[in-house]
Design a protein around this ligand. Structure first.
Ligand code: ATP
Ligand code: MG
Length: 427
C-alpha cells in the first residue's frame, strides 16, 4: 500500500523549507526590534479554551475544529488559532503580576488546524505567525502592532498591500449595532443563505463576513457601525486614525469588516495582498484586532483585561512573495565539497570536512567514491565554491588538490596547511 498525506496538508521539503526558515528568521528579527518575545504553547488544548474565546457559534468552533476525546476521556482540540492559548498561558502563569513588564508582548509561529475545504491558500493544517500584546488599552499599542506587521511584510519585499481598518466599538456600542443588524436582516430573512438565517439567531455580526453571493448583496446596504458608536468608541477610533496618519501609514476604513472570531472589539484590521497571484481576488494575508474582555474570561484580573493581536498565514504569505516575484536570498549553496576518490582516504577526508565546518564553512563530503568527473558534476550542481580532492597521488604526497569552481583553477595544499587555507577564504 502506498500512503498519501491527508487532504489539506502539505509536505515542506528542502528548498521550500529554506523559504520558511527565511520568513521565520525575518519574524524573529523584526519582532525583536519592537521588543517582542516568542511564546510556545501546546498544539492541543482543552476544547473549552476555544469555545470560551473564539465563540461557540463561529465557523471555527462549530464546523472546523479537530477535536477528540483522549484516553483519559478529556475533550481535546487541535488549536485552530493562537490567541486563546496565548491568553490561557498568560493567565495560567500569572504574567500580569507586578514583577513582569507590562504590557506583555509575545509572538508565536506554528501549525493551526481547521477542517475547511482545501484550495489555494486554504489548508487544513496551515501555519500562522501571530503577535499579541496584553495589558495595554492605549491606542498606541494597536498602531505600533499594525506598523510592525507592515514592517515585517516590507522586510520580505511584500509591498503591494492594502491595510483595511474598522472598529466594532465597545461592548455597549456593539450591542446597539447588533440590534440594528437584527432589525435590518430580519426584513430580508428569506433571501439570506441558510447559514446566515442561522447566524441571524445566533450571531448576527457574522452575516457581514459571509462569503455567499446572496448574502453579500444584502450586506452591501447594512447600517454602518459608525451610527451606533458611543463617545468612547468614536474617540478611540479617531485616535487610531490620527496615530496612523502621523506615521504616514495608508489605510482604508471598511465599516462592514468584522472578523471570524467573537472576541474582537474596538479596532479590527486586515492586510490584504493586491498582487495578482491570487487569481485576481483580494486576499487577506494578515488579520487581527483588539480583544478587551478576553483575559477576564480566562480568569485574569480586571485591570489587565485588554489586548491586541494579529495572525498571518505563512502559506498565503509565500504566495504573495511569489506573486510579487521576490527572490528570497536562500542559503542553499555550499562552500566546500570534499571529493574522496578512494575508500582508503575516508578518514582523512572526513577530518578535512570537520576542520572546514569548524571555520563555519558549509561542507558536503562525498560518500560514494565515484569518479572525479561525476563528483565535480555533483559539486557544481550544489554550487560549491571549492572542491577538495583526495586522490591517490595527493594522499601519497600528504597534500590535497583544491579546485576553485568559479574558474577551474587548481592548487595543491599541504594537509597541515588546510587550516590556513580555510582561514583565508573565510576572511
Ligand atoms: P478567511 O476569511 O480567509 O477564512 P479567517 O478570518 O478565518 O480567514 P483568521 O482566523 O483571522 O482568518 O486567520 C488569520 C490568517 O490566517 C488569515 O488571514 C490567513 O492568512 C490565515 N489562514 C486562516 N485560515 C487559513 C487556512 N485554512 N489555510 C491557510 N491560511 C489560513
Ligand atoms: Mg476562515
Amino acid at each position: 500500500m502506498k500512503y498519501k498525506k491527508p487532504k489539506g496538508t502539505e509536505d515542506i521539503l528542502s528548498e521550500e523549507t529554506g523559504k520558511w526558515q527565511f520568513i521565520e528568521e525575518t519574524a524573529y528579527k523584526i519582532f525583536r526590534k519592537y521588543n517582542f518575545y516568542e511564546v510556545r504553547t501546546p498544539i492541543f488544548e482543552h476544547f473549552e479554551v476555544f469555545v470560551r474565546s473564539v465563540g461557540e457559534t463561529t465557523d471555527i468552533v462549530s464546523k472546523e475544529m479537530y477535536d477528540f476525546y483522549d484516553k483519559g476521556n478529556r475533550h481535546i482540540a487541535l488549536r485552530p488559532e493562537g490567541t486563546a492559548a496565548f491568553v490561557r498561558s498568560y493567565v495560567e502563569h500569572k504574567r500580569y503580576a507586578p514583577e513582569y513588564i507590562n504590557p506583555f508582548k509575545g509572538y508565536y509561529i506554528g501549525p493551526m488546524f481547521r477542517y475547511e475545504r482545501p484550495q489555494s491558500g486554504r489548508l487544513r493544517q496551515f501555519h500562522q505567525i501571530g503577535v499579541e500584546v496584553i495589558g495595554s488599552q492605549n491606542p498606541m499599542t494597536d498602531v505600533e502592532t499594525m506598523a510592525m506587521a507592515l514592517d515585517f511584510f516590507e522586510s520580505l519585499g511584500v509591498t503591494q498591500l492594502k491595510l483595511v481598518i474598522n472598529t466594532l466599538g465597545n461592548k455597549s456600542s456593539r450591542l446597539h449595532y447588533i440590534q440594528a443588524l437584527v432589525d435590518y436582516f430580519s426584513s430580508f430573512k428569506t433571501q439570506l443563505s441558510e447559514d446566515s438565517q442561522r447566524r441571524l439567531k445566533e450571531n448576527p455580526l457574522r452575516i457581514l463576513d459571509s462569503k455567499e453571493e446572496q448574502d453579500k448583496e444584502i450586506v452591501k446596504n447594512t447600517p454602518s457601525i459608525f451610527e451606533y458608536l458611543d463617545e468612547e468608541s468614536t474617540c478611540f477610533f479617531e485616535q487610531i486614525k490620527r496615530l496612523l496618519d502621523q506615521l504616514d501609514i495608508v489605510y482604508i476604513v471598511d465599516p462592514t469588516m468584522v472578523r471570524g472570531l467573537d472576541y474582537y472589539n474596538h479596532t479590527v484590521f486586515e492586510i490584504m495582498s493586491l498582487a495578482s497571484g491570487f487569481g485576481g481576488i483580494l486576499t487577506t494575508l494578515c488579520a487581527g484586532g483588539r480583544y478587551d474582555g478576553l483575559i477576564y474570561e480566562f480568569g485574569g484580573p480586571e485591570e489587565k483585561n485588554v489586548g491586541f493581536g494579529f495572525a498571518l498565514g505563512i502559506e498565503r504569505l509565500l504566495i504573495a512573495i511569489e506573486a510579487e516575484q521576490n527572490k528570497m536570498s536562500l542559503a542553499m549553496d555550499i562552500d566546500i565539497f570534499v571529493a574522496c576518490l578512494d575508500k582508503k582516504n575516508t578518514s582523512l577526508a572526513q577530518k578535512a570536512s570537520q576542520i572546514a565546518r569548524s571555520f563555519g564553512l558549509i561542507t558536503e563530503q562525498n560518500i560514494e567514491y565515484r569518479k572525479l568527473k561525476s563528483q565535480l558534476r555533483i559539486a557544481d550542481r550544489a554550487h560549491a565554491k571549492y572542491v577538495l580532492i583526495f586522490g591517490e597521488n595527493e594522499v601519497k604526497e600528504n597534500n590535497i588538490t583544491v579546485r576553485k569552481m568559479q574558474n577551474g583553477t587548481e592548487k595543491r595544499v599541504a594537509f597541515e596547511q588546510l587550516t590556513d587555507f580555510f582561514e583565508t577564504i573565510t576572511n
